[in-house]
Design a protein around this ligand. Structure first.
Ligand code: PEP
Ligand code: MG
Length: 318
């Protein structure tokens, strides 16, 4: 397939009326991070740390981890870098953390849950992140994948505090975390919605199965309702509203990005090649219009209707 040349996006993610929406990048290591910085990313919204060690059959040493994380931080001095702790399991097995004989890996000991079966790896990773952060100028946030309950969020925050990491957060990618976001977010400082897994688990449809692609669609109204529930939870029952970003592939769809901003999402993180297209469409829409389009999508009966209704209202996409 032919590829359009990568256009850097110029400056700052914003709506037409100047409401700032930082446009961040998803990266898998230092090489990706440099590329993302070159394409104008305002920071990193998701560092998939398991990508740094996919070919390893033993736990990387702390020094190896420090070097891998620092390579990313150094690409974004004075910018935000959100590090996700190892999300091993299901589509990303790591031999030193995951049990390949599990009958149902997507529902198994994956993500944050590997800390139950293999204690110590998470603490050592947090120590490595803190060490790399201390040696760099990036503003480092840390989040745990596959958080399902408020207890898990609370324990993760304690582990971060013990490691000297100041801004703990969680991914919201399990429907239970979205529904109970008010309780989950009381215990951490931010949430980042992983729409890839949130869609998979909401629709009970394996994200790797082509025949289920129509179910695995983040335009599904059920998924959009869970995004709204997360934003609502982040504002209610908190001392002050907690930031909620999106770091799943949904953020890279320009029309859906507008809907997400209209639902109250504060930042969008995507693969760097999508930044320019998302920035251009976002800049064409005032916030109040984005809110109207979000209501239109939420009120749709089907994913296809939601997508068509919103796209028809966005002149840049016609
Ligand atoms: C997600 O689930 O949406 C996400 C961003 O994480 P990953 O794709 O790495 O599971
Ligand atoms: Mg995920």
């Amino acid at each position: 397939a032919s590829r359009e040349p990568l256009q850097p996006f110029d400056g700052t993610g914003t709506t037409a009326d100047g409401h700032l929406v930082p446009l961040l990048s998803n990266v898998g290591g230092g090489h990706d991070a440099l590329k993302a910085a070159g394409l104008g990313a305002e920071g990193v919204g998701l560092l998939r740390t398991e990508f740094c060690f996919l070919n390893r059959d033993s736990e990387p040493t702390i020094d190896e981890q420090v070097a891998a994380y620092k390579a990313v931080f150094d690409a974004f001095p004075a910018k935000k870098v959100v590090v996700r702790t190892l999300d091993a399991g299901a589509d990303k097995p790591l031999p030193f953390l995951t049990d390949s004989t599990e009958p149902n890996p997507a529902l198994g000991v994956r993500g944050y849950r590997t800390d139950l079966a293999t204690p110590g790896v998470l603490e050592r990773q947090l120590q490595a992140i803190a060490t790399a952060a201390a040696q760099s100028e990036a503003e480092v946030w840390v989040m745990a994948p596959m958080i399902a309950t408020a207890e898990e969020a609370g324990r993760f925050a304690e582990l971060c505090q013990a490691a000297g990491l100041e801004t703990p957060g969680v991914m919201v990618e399990v429907p239970s975390a979205a529904v109970t976001a008010g309780s989950v977010l009381k215990r951490v400082d931010f949430a980042s919605i992983g729409t890839n897994d949130l869609t998979q688990y909401t629709m009970a449809a394996d994200r790797q199965l082509g025949p289920l692609a129509a179910l695995n669609d983040p335009w599904q109204p059920a998924v959009l309702h869970l995004v709204k529930a997360t934003v609502d939870g982040a504002a209610s029952r908190q001392e002050a509203p907690k930031p909620v970003g999106v770091c799943g592939e949904a953020a890279a769809d320009p029309a859906l990005a507008v809907v997400l901003v209209g639902l109250g999402i504060n930042s969008l993180s995507m693969s760097a090649r999508s930044l320019a297209a998302v920035a251009a469409v976002l800049k064409s829409v005032p916030l109040e219009r984005a809110q109207q389009l979000a209501a239109l999508a939420l009120g749709s009966d089907t994913a296809a209707e939601a997508r068509a209704a919103v796209r028809a209202e966005l002149p840049l996409l016609e």
